[in-house]
Design a protein around this ligand. Structure first.
Ligand code: SIN
Length: 275
């Protein structure tokens, strides 16, 4: 197995591994690379839906996404699909999956199934690099703070997606979500400090109104969005990306209007987060 960086602060490409067979020490090495670098890209994968599920089960538990369409045959697999006639995509803004859950998902395994002729890349940003880059006074200011995360303004029947041509494809419009997490967490395995707020789902600092929380959240988001913390996954048939939601944010580019894109995502269970 070879592990090479995708960018100086974020992401790796792993070669010499077929995920359909990965287990034991190989799986452990893949796991540790993702915990440390936020995301791993593996190209040339031959992974049927059944092998996708079996690999996720070898990794650990599977969280079923409450909003994305599921395939009838494989309810473990969420379909991230944009048809050629749709304008809106799923995940087209910086976010961390499931941060609105009190026990947020560890990460995801995303398999490319249908790709546009060009575009449709996914950007990732490393939240350890983002935390390290904060000035000392800002690090001190967020120490001990918690933030509130929800998905209601995105997925509810009066939320962002409902106003778009993606709204009819999503489920869970009647759900209510909410969770609090430390603004800076410690990675449960590596111990690295990570910024754990994101522009999609983090709406306020605990004990502050949404309006009063904005200046601090905006400073943190601006620091995290520095391209120096980012890497970019350009998909090809056979590409699979696996990411850690604690270590990274991601952003699905929506630059392929008039073309279809379909990805299969399995969300991996995580654990409660602490500072
Ligand atoms: C997601 O946000 O999970 C989807 C990412 C992608 O489609 O590239």
């Amino acid at each position: 197995m070879q592990i090479t960086p995708l960018a100086p602060s974020c992401g790796v490409e792993i070669t010499g591994v077929q995920l359909a067979d990965a287990a034991g020490a190989t799986l452990e090495a893949v796991r540790q690379a993702i915990y440390a670098h936020g995301v791993a890209l593996l190209r040339g994968q031959v992974l049927s839906p059944e092998e996708h599920i079996a690999f996720a089960q070898r990794w650990g538990g599977i969280d079923i996404n409450d909003y994305f369409p599921l395939t009838e045959e494989h309810p473990e697999i969420a379909v991230v699909r944009k048809r050629e006639d749709q304008q809106t995509n799923i995940g087209g803004g910086w976010h961390t999956d499931h941060s609105y859950d009190q026990v947020p998902a560890m990460g995801s395994i995303l398999v490319a199934r249908v790709l546009p002729p060009a575009g449709g890349d996914t950007l990732f940003a490393h939240m350890g690099a983002a935390y390290d880059s904060l000035p000392d006074d800002l690090k001190a200011e967020i120490e001990g703070l918690e933030a509130f995360h929800t998905a209601d303004h995105i997925y509810a029947s009066d939320g962002v997606y409902a106003q778009t041509d993606m709204g009819g494809d999503l489920r869970g419009q009647g759900m209510t979500t909410g969770a609090t997490h430390p603004v800076a967490i410690r990675h449960p395995v590596t111990g690295r400090r990570l910024l754990y707020v994101n522009p999609a789902f983090t709406v306020n600092i605990v004990w502050r109104s949404r309006a009063d929380s904005r200046p601090l959240l905006d400073r943190l988001f601006a620091a995290a969005m520095d391209p120096a913390h980012q890497c970019r996954v350009a998909w090809e048939p056979g590409s699979v990306a696996i990411w850690d939601n604690r270590t990274s944010w991601h952003y699905a580019m929506n630059d392929y209007q008039g073309h279809a894109r379909e990805m299969h995502r399995i969300t991996l269970s995580g654990e409660a987060l602490a500072a």
